[in-house]
Design a binder for this molecule. Structure first.
Ligand SMILES: Cc1cc2nc3c(=O)[nH]c(=O)nc-3n(C[C@H](O)[C@H](O)[C@H](O)COP(=O)(O)OP(=O)(O)OC[C@H]3O[C@@H](n4cnc5c(N)ncnc54)[C@H](O)[C@@H]3O)c2cc1C
Length: 496
């Protein structure tokens, strides 16, 4: 049986991102992916929100995505667009790029990092004990891991086998999504129906059409047929436009469910395996990638013995509320997209509110992920929030904050007296950089905040401690997030 520290079930966006994070932290990780290659049968997610681009920038790979997609304003709620170009971020926009493109870039990165991917293999079950997990593979064979992470999508076998509940809401509407050719000339654009929005749009080749159509009755599960597609077209447009050459036909719903727990001892969940919801607002892939970035460094520290297993509890504590608010926002959007006059009136009221600066900023920051604040207690407004990507002056010249995070290691940025803040007992784990910075400190929604004298940044880019001229609380924060201090004469914790 082959051993790995971590086995990831599923090499979609979440599994790939997690594998990259673990590999950067020098964890022996492998992916088991059912698909024989990274091809996707049709377009799924259509892009990346600002915070996801930032997260990729923190690893030095954002340009790989930006050069393949189209930068544009993509945030919106119930057809009200929300412009974020005045937000204090280097990436005050979203990126239009199909999921297949996103996955290919992530897969190439993971490949460079040397992560083995067992393609065309399926996880069919597992048994966990006190020291690890035996992971069964279809067609025979097994892997042994210290931890198994289910990144295996909304129908997650890992979640089901772990016995983790998946409470939430049944679908109120189901959609067909298809890529087709049409003999007739289709009415392109959006057509609102009683229960939501239908849409027909040309694909990049200018020939085929992407159709998103509400079904007459809520359907789930079984594969839709060409007859279902024709019926849906006729119900909405009065004609099937001579639909033929269907290259992709699938169904999605607005079902909203979230795993009651993101961990069952040595088994964890991330991405769609942990939360499913309507694609309205384009959130799913984005929060999956961000789950991975929250979990990766924590799991690495637990595997290396740097931190106790209880660090993994903070993954659930921090990411479950983010998933829950995405469910809530997508449910609101499903309701707002209905076509009756009362909903139309509600939509207009919302649009009026969102034309004001404060509501626009709050909603757009939520949807772009830029407002996320993990609850790390009271204190400076930066605490628990994303560290802005400032241009710092270091002994080696100008450095962006995000460049300091490329290795996915914690960083103490000392803006005060050079050499201040002794972190010698953590020096094997935490990088200290003496810098100068005279510019503004601005964070989305809140605006300008007081300049700190130091910030301790976690590998996921969130601020774990803020200095106010003293080192009060620094040792506690270092211990909480990066493990106990190394005693004098003791081997560095990372080499044990
Ligand atoms: C129509 C549509 C539009 C969308 N638009 C957007 C958007 O604009 N923005 C956005 O952020 N999100 C969007 N989403 C959601 C997005 O596609 C998902 O949230 C995203 O794919 C989740 O990534 P994941 O890696 O968690 O899961 P998945 O992408 O589902 O990946 C799971 C992987 O696990 C593999 N797998 C499953 N079971 C096993 C097993 N037992 N063993 C081994 N491998 C297994 C699968 O083959 C797959 O590769 C959209 C979804 C749909 C349907």
């Amino acid at each position: 049986m082959t051993n790995h520290a971590v086995v990831i079930a599923g090499g979609g966006p979440t599994g790939l991102m997690l594998a990259g994070e673990l590999a950067l932290a020098r964890v022996d990780v492998a992916i088991v992916e059912r698909r024989a290659n990274q091809d996707l049968p049709g377009s799924r997610a259509g892009g990346l929100h600002s915070r996801t681009i930032e997260v990729l920038d923190q690893r030095g790979i954002a340009d790989r995505f930006l050069t393949q997609g189209k930068v544009m304003q993509i945030v919106g709620i119930a057809t009200t667009p929300l412009d974020i170009s005045d937000f204090p971020t280097r990436h005050a926009y979203g990126l239009a790029l199909w999921q297949e493109g996103i996955e290919r870039i992530l897969a190439a990165w993971v490949d460079e990092l040397g992560v083995p991917i067992h393609r065309g293999r399926e996880v069919t079950g597992f048994v966990q004990d006190d020291t690890g997990v035996d992971v069964e593979l279809g067609g025979g064979g097994a892997l042994r891991a210290e931890y198994l992470v289910g990144c295996d999508g909304g129908r997650s076998l890992i979640r089901k086998r772990a016995g983790i509940e998946f409470p939430g809401w049944d679908p109120s509407v189901s959609y067909l999504i298809a890529e087709v050719e049409m003999t007739g000339e289709p009415e392109l654009g959006i057509r609102r129906g009683d229960r939501g929005i239908n849409g027909l749009g040309r694909l990049e080749d200018g020939k085929r059409v992407r159709a998103v159509l509400i079904e007459q009755h809520v359907m789930q599960g079984e594969e839709p047929t060409l007859d279902d597609l024709r019926a849906a077209l006729i119900a909405v447009y009065g004609t099937d436009y001579g639909v033929h050459n269907v290259t992709w036909l699938s169904r999605f719903t607005d079902m909203a469910r979230q795993a009651a727990s993101y961990r069952e001892r040595r088994v964890l969940l991330a991405g769609d395996a942990a939360h499913v919801h309507s694609p309205a607002g384009g959130q799913g892939l984005n929060i999956g990638v961000q789950d991975a970035v929250n979990l990766g460094w924590k799991l690495a520290q637990v595997v290396h013995g740097t931190s106790p297993e209880s660090l993994l509890d903070t993954y659930q504590a921090e990411r479950h509320p983010i998933g829950a608010r995405v469910l809530r926002s997508t449910m609101a959007q499903t309701a707002l997209n209905r076509g009756d006059e009362r909903t139309q009136a509600l939509r207009e009221t919302m649009a009026e509110l969102l034309s004001m600066d404060e509501p626009r900023k709050r909603t757009a920051a939520m949807m772009s992920g830029l407002d996320i604040r993990y609850d790390l207690g009271a204190g400076h407004p930066l605490l628990g929030r994303r560290m802005p990507d400032l241009d710092l002056l270091t002994a080696d010249g100008s450095r962006r904050v995000f460049t300091l995070l490329h290795e996915a290691r914690p960083v103490l940025v000392n803006l005060g007296e050079p050499g201040a803040l002794d972190i010698a007992p953590w020096a094997d784990r935490v990088k200290r950089v003496d810098v100068r910075y005279a510019g503004a400190w601005e964070i989305p929604v809140l605006g300008a905040v007081a300049a700190p004298t130091a910030v301790l940044i976690r590998p996921d880019g969130h601020v774990a401690w803020v200095g106010d001229g003293t080192d009060q609380g620094l040792r506690d924060a270092l211990t909480t997030w990066f493990g106990p201090p190394t005693q004098k004469g003791e081997a560095p914790i990372t080499s044990r």
